[in-house]
Design a protein around this ligand. Structure first.
Ligand SMILES: *Cc1c(COP(=O)(O)O)cnc(C)c1O
Length: 297
């Protein structure tokens, strides 16, 4: 917390923490995987860069350098003693002022780490999840600055997630303001149709680092990837669909709105991409290029 290692039980904030009331906090979600050569943080540099980009979009000044944040992340993981973990850096406006403007409130930075397995369950990762098109939509591009990863946007995600869970689904797919598919509550979406992979272009979505990883892995495997808008019914008739995110990793979608996708089993391309993704993240890839994604601690 703010440059010091703090015991779990002492990691507390004041009730008048500005971000708690007004919703502006910048965060990241990063994973550390256990590899044969020790623990490695996946795409650390890209996550740290996005953390600073998110802050820049909101004119929030993080009182540390990129290098200090990257080093602090490594130090926090090391001190946790965890072999594999999820890492959550968060920059927020602390206690100081009340009112919409955070001017005068300090910018506090914390990094928390904890063990976190398959975000949508082991069964979801292996066999796919059931999703529902949400009645809630992703914010307009001039309402949400979607290039930023901001805690406040998760109010919208929670409405969608709550609705999906209440109706017995695992996850929600949100549409954009024009009705095209946007993303899930905290993950990007891909479909496969006629051997072509499509993913939402950068408009209403967060520019996922897993999305970028998967596009590169797919292209390297000789597959065609297009960043192109698509509609919910194209998911209904897609051969395969999956979600990507640091938490969700690559989670197959087996059903949307009560329509089973293809056979209802994770498709060949999805399974292949999962395999290459996990081998890259766990340092088992034979492709030397993938080594650049790993920061050994
Ligand atoms: C974090 C996040 C994602 C996934 O991004 P990754 O960099 O792959 O973890 C997708 N959508 C939203 C809204 C997110 O907050």
């Amino acid at each position: 917390m703010d440059g010091k290692l703090v015991d779990w039980d002492d990691a507390k904030v004041h009730v008048l923490t500005h971000s708690l009331h007004y919703g502006l906090a910048i965060f990241e979600g990063i994973r550390c995987y256990n590899t044969k050569k020790g623990q490695a943080i996946f795409r650390l540099e890209e996550h740290v860069n996005r953390f600073f980009d998110s802050a820049h979009i909101f004119n929030m000044k993080i009182p540390f350098s990129r290098r200090e944040i990257a080093e602090a992340i490594i130090k926090t993981v090391k001190s946790s003693g965890l072999k594999e973990c999820y890492i959550r850096p968060l920059a927020y406006y602390g206690y100081g002022v009340m009112g919409v403007s955070p001017a005068g409130a300090p910018v506090n930075v914390v990094i928390a780490v904890w063990p976190w397995g398959a975000y949508l369950g082991e069964d979801g990762l292996k066999n796919g999840i059931r999703a529902k098109t949400s009645s809630f939509i992703r914010g307009h591009v001039n309402s949400n600055m979607s290039m930023a990863k901001v805690s406040g946007y998760y109010v919208n995600s929670q409405l969608a997630k709550q609705e999906a869970l209440m109706l017995g689904y695992d996850e929600a797919v949100l549409l954009d303001t024009e009705g095209y598919v946007s993303e899930a509550t905290g993950a990007n979406i891909f479909i496969v149709r006629g051997g072509v992979i499509k993913t939402t272009p950068l408009t209403s979505i967060l520019e996922g680092i897993t999305r970028d990883t998967v596009m590169e892995l797919a292209r390297d495997a000789g597959l065609t990837v297009r960043e192109e808008r698509f509609t919910r019914d194209e998911i209904y008739i897609a051969q395969e669909a999956f979600l990507t995110g640091t938490a969700a990793e690559i989670t197959p979608i087996k059903e949307l709105d009560g329509r089973t996708l293809n056979t209802g089993k994770p498709g060949e391309i999805t399974k292949k991409l999962q395999e290459i993704f996990f081998s890259a993240a766990k340092g088992q890839s034979k492709n030397k290029k993938h080594g650049r994604w790993l920061s050994y601690i």
